[in-house]
Design a protein around this ligand. Structure first.
Ligand code: NAG
Ligand code: NAG
Length: 325
């Protein structure tokens, strides 16, 4: 539903909320009550998809969305590791975009976080306009998590999704940083004002990709009167709130299976010299690869002209392009 949301135009009328595909009733209500925030939700969804495709660009599953299929395909409707990543990055994207919109003054409902103020122990002045991550996280919790809560949060899948949604938001929280600006004669930094800021989204994506690589396979277990997810392999140390968890092993993503939303790796560009997953051996699943010479247009012999522009020539360079059979 986030992929669908990311592709619509602006959301400025209550009517638009009704028309958005894939939202559940409680989300439509939230959409109507928070119209001005919805553009950030849309931007957050876009950000999440772009980041997912960047982080997975060299892998068999490359996070591509298929228009005709349930968003991201069945791989994500099943409780796989890939689904864990998609849920985490999506809830992080929403928290991130809403937080940014708050700080930039776009929204009436929220602004900067002014609770961080005064002089810090390190001697700098807080600007009084820190990123309001608490608001962004709370909005993401209510808008994104409501889907699972309405299903009755005790199904294994709901537990998995809620856990990964939270892990996504934690990836922002644990990478918050302090940014500063110097004031004084010619940048002497006599006075420094600082604020707490969200990390670049690329860093969040990278952190979650590492969590994907180390994700824990879990199974539901009765704990007291409720259910919880515990590691399937008792020898593994329990996962933390920041780790990703999944319930089912993933397919190998080698062959196309449109019904499951798996595109297969035929035609994908691979790296002949790499032994990793982006290498032709692994990416093409042992089927071999084609090699073609392609001409690449590049800018070259760039010269700086006084003043002030750079002029380049167009050069053609022959490169070998390998694609999976
Ligand atoms: C992902 O791979 C498929 C082929 O398996 C390709 O058609 C698609 O363009 C790729 N998507 C991205 C975002 O790289
Ligand atoms: C291919 O893989 C090798 C070895 O991992 C690496 O050094 C090289 O930069 C890669 N080439 C491309 C085009 O990514």
């Amino acid at each position: 539903y986030l992929a669908k949301l990311s592709s619509v135009g602006s959301i400025s009328e209550e009517e638009t909320c009704e028309k958005l595909k894939g939202l559940i009733q409680r989300q439509v209500q939230m959409c109507k009550r928070n119209l001005e925030v919805m553009d950030s939700v849309r931007r957050g969804a876009q950000l999440a998809i772009e980041e997912c495709q960047y982080q997975f660009r060299n892998r068999r599953w490359n996070c591509s969305t298929l228009d005709s299929l349930p968003v991201f395909g069945k791989v994500v409707t099943q409780g796989t590791r890939e689904a864990a990543f998609v849920y985490a990055i999506s809830s992080a994207g929403v928290a991130f975009a809403v937080t940014r919109a708050c700080s930039s003054g776009e929204l009436e409902k929220c602004g900067c976080d002014r609770t961080v103020h005064g002089v810090s122990p390190q001697g700098f002045q807080w600007s009084g306009c820190s990123d309001n991550i608490a608001y962004g996280v709370a909005f993401s919790q209510s808008f994104v998590d409501v889907r699972e809560r309405s299903k009755g949060a005790s199904s294994s899948r709901a537990l998995m999704n809620l856990h990964n949604n939270e892990a996504g938001r934690k990836a922002i929280l644990s990478h918050m940083r302090v940014e500063c600006k110097c004031h004084g004669v010619s940048g002497s930094c006599e006075v420094k004002t600082c604020w707490r800021a969200v990390p670049p989204f690329r860093q969040v994506g990278h952190a979650l990709k590492e969590k994907f690589d180390g994700a824990t396979e879990v199974e539901p277990r009765r704990v007291g009167s409720s259910r919880a997810l515990v590691p399937r392999n008792a020898q593994f140390k329990p996962h933390t709130d920041e780790d990703l968890v999944y319930l089912e092993p993933s397919p190998d993503f080698c062959e196309q299976d449109i019904r499951s939303g798996v595109l297969g790796t035929r035609g994908r560009t691979c790296n002949k010299t790499s032994k990793a997953i982006d290498g032709c051996e692994l990416l093409c699943c042992g089927r071999g690869f084609h090699t073609a010479q392609v001409e690449l247009a590049e800018r070259c012999s760039c010269k700086f002209h006084w003043c002030c522009f750079v002029k380049c020539r167009q050069c053609q360079r022959l490169v070998e392009l390998h694609t999976c059979r």
